[in-house]
Design a protein around this ligand. Structure first.
Ligand SMILES: Nc1nc2c(c(=O)[nH]1)N[C@H]1C(S)=C(S)[C@@H](COP(=O)(O)O)O[C@H]1N2
Ligand SMILES: [Mo]
Length: 217
């Protein structure tokens, strides 16, 4: 990681992200290639794709909540389900149009936990052990922020961050944390992995990071 970091400093953030991207995986029987769905590029800051059997999956909801939760995949399936078809835009320039997503609104997870919505922020954790993200409480309560369990009508693949990832529709892709293991309700925003490395904390598509992409509606 130290080596990659040094290259990233020398070449700038987009180069670093490119170095850490890949669209292939070693899957015996598939010729060693698992193409990214629909034009996505697969990103991982750890150099690997963590594996999580769906029956071992847990989403811990902690911090300023009345009811700390440890949700299984089936628990999530029993919460109200939401579907949306929206674009996905990475800050490095690529965009995938009209991706069908489904899962549970982050808002509905927060309601289930009895989150204190007068707290100002949330932190998100990945079972890759490295990646983190943040949202303000107001952002988290929007109706286009999803704890996603499905993309393109299928379970989210390991490469795309399954069993469960975040999908923050109106924001650049780095907000959409993969391999999600934890949500913590906190009293101030803690910048996430890429935010600590220079990207904007408020990551609105078309109105941040010096880019003028079409907003995601
Ligand atoms: N855990 C984790 N989540 C992550 C990333 C990552 O490297 N690790 N990359 C982010 C970035 S910059 C983008 S653009 C999207 C890419 O999603 P994809 O790999 O499914 O295409 O994932 C985001 N979530
Ligand atoms: Mo990205």
């Amino acid at each position: 990681m130290l080596g990659v970091g040094a290259v990233g400093v020398a070449l700038g953030r987009p180069a670093q992200e490119a170095i850490q991207s890949t669209v292939s995986s070693t899957a015996p029987g598939l010729g060693g290639i698992v193409p990214a769905a629909g034009g996505f590029r697969i990103y991982t800051v750890t150099g690997g794709y963590p594996a999580m059997p769906v029956d071992e999956y847990r989403l811990e909801v902690t911090g300023a909540v009345a009811r700390p939760l440890s949700l299984t995949f089936d628990d999530l399936a029993e919460l109200p389900q939401t579907q949306m078809t929206k674009d996905f835009q990475c800050v490095t320039g690529w965009r995938v149009d009209d991706v069908p997503w489904s899962g549970v609104l982050l808002r509905d997870v927060l309601i289930a936990a009895g989150a204190n919505t007068s707290q100002t922020a949330l932190r998100f954790f990945s079972f890759d052990g490295a990646y983190t993200e943040s949202l303000t409480m107001a952002q988290a309560l929007r109706d286009d922020v999803l704890v996603a369990s499905s993309m393109f009508g299928k379970p989210i693949t390991r490469e795309h961050g399954g069993p469960v990832r975040l999908y923050v529709a109106p924001m650049y892709g780095y907000k959409s944390l993969k391999w999600m293991s934890g949500i913590e309700v906190v009293d101030e925003v803690v910048p996430g992995y890429w935010e600590q490395r220079g990207y904007d904390i408020d990551a609105w598509v078309g109105a941040s990071n010096g880019r003028n992409d079409e907003p995601i509606v």
